[in-house]
Design a protein around this ligand. Structure first.
Ligand SMILES: O=C1C[C@@](O)(C(=O)O)C[C@@H](O)[C@@H]1O
Length: 234
């Protein structure tokens, strides 16, 4: 998947949503942990959008309870041509369990997004930067989702996003929760490479998400005509 410029991912547990996502999304984030038979669904997938496969562990906000099984499933998923990238948690990489999955994915031409989530709050600047840096050492993109308790929590996240991007790291950032909602539209202007939005707002995969069409429009409006959202130096 090409993460050199911004990628808008339509998050879903149902790949049958793809035709509805096509107009606004660049890829489908398939939340395998929320799906009934994820590997079968991938096998019969014939959509146009590439898939970013996520099989989120219950200890990181997802619903997959068996770590061995979910990583095996991710490995199988990465073998499919339609899968352009997989998501692995920073903790999974740090524990050593994720390495074989990441290697296998890359052998099959899939990129690796290494992600970290804070469901309680927004860490201070040093920790934000350290987490992003660590995620980028393992992943083609280092992703950090924090929770904003107040709107101003987003400020540090934006600074960290811009700093990482200026250093040449590819990062994706967002602040979950209502006070952090605007980060989803603004962070791409400071270098964030991936945005997540549900096709159907009733099926949000994280607190504070905009629906897909709204997020696309907000980002394009803010970036302005002829501008790329990934030119944070502007
Ligand atoms: O990690 C992320 C980011 C996310 O949590 C968000 O806040 O948009 C949504 C998840 O589906 C995705 O896997």
């Amino acid at each position: 998947m090409d993460f050199d410029s911004f990628v808008l991912a339509a998050s879903t547990a149902d790949l049958a949503d793809e035709p509805d996502a096509r107009e606004h999304a660049d890829c489908i984030e398939f939340r395998m942990d929320l799906a009934e038979s994820p590997l079968e669904a991938l096998e019969s997938y014939d959509g146009e959008l590439p898939v970013l496969a996520t099989n989120r562990a219950d200890w990181e906000g997802g619903e997959a309870t068996d770590d061995g099984r979910r990583l095996d499933e991710l490995e199988r998923a990465a073998e499919r041509d339609a899968v352009g990238a997989i998501d692995l948690e920073l903790e999974t990489m740090r524990s050593g369990d994720g390495e074989r999955v990441a290697d296998h994915a890359r052998e099959h031409g899939a990129d690796v997004v290494v992600s970290s989530h804070d469901f309680e709050g927004t860490p201070g600047m040093t920790e934000l930067q350290e987490t992003l840096r660590a995620a980028c050492t393992y992943g083609d993109v280092g992703k950090l989702a924090v929770t904003a308790q107040a709107r101003a929590d987003v400020l540090d996240l934006l600074v960290a996003t811009r700093a990482a991007t200026a250093e040449g790291d590819r990062v994706a950032t967002m602040a979950m929760g209502e006070p952090g909602r605007h980060s989803r539209a603004v962070a791409p202007l400071y270098g964030s490479r991936i945005g997540y939005a549900p096709v159907d707002p009733a099926e949000a995969t994280a607190p504070g998400q905009y629906d897909l069409a709204t997020l696309r429009e907000l980002i394009e409006t803010l970036a302005g005509e002829g501008d790329s959202v990934n030119t944070p130096e502007r």
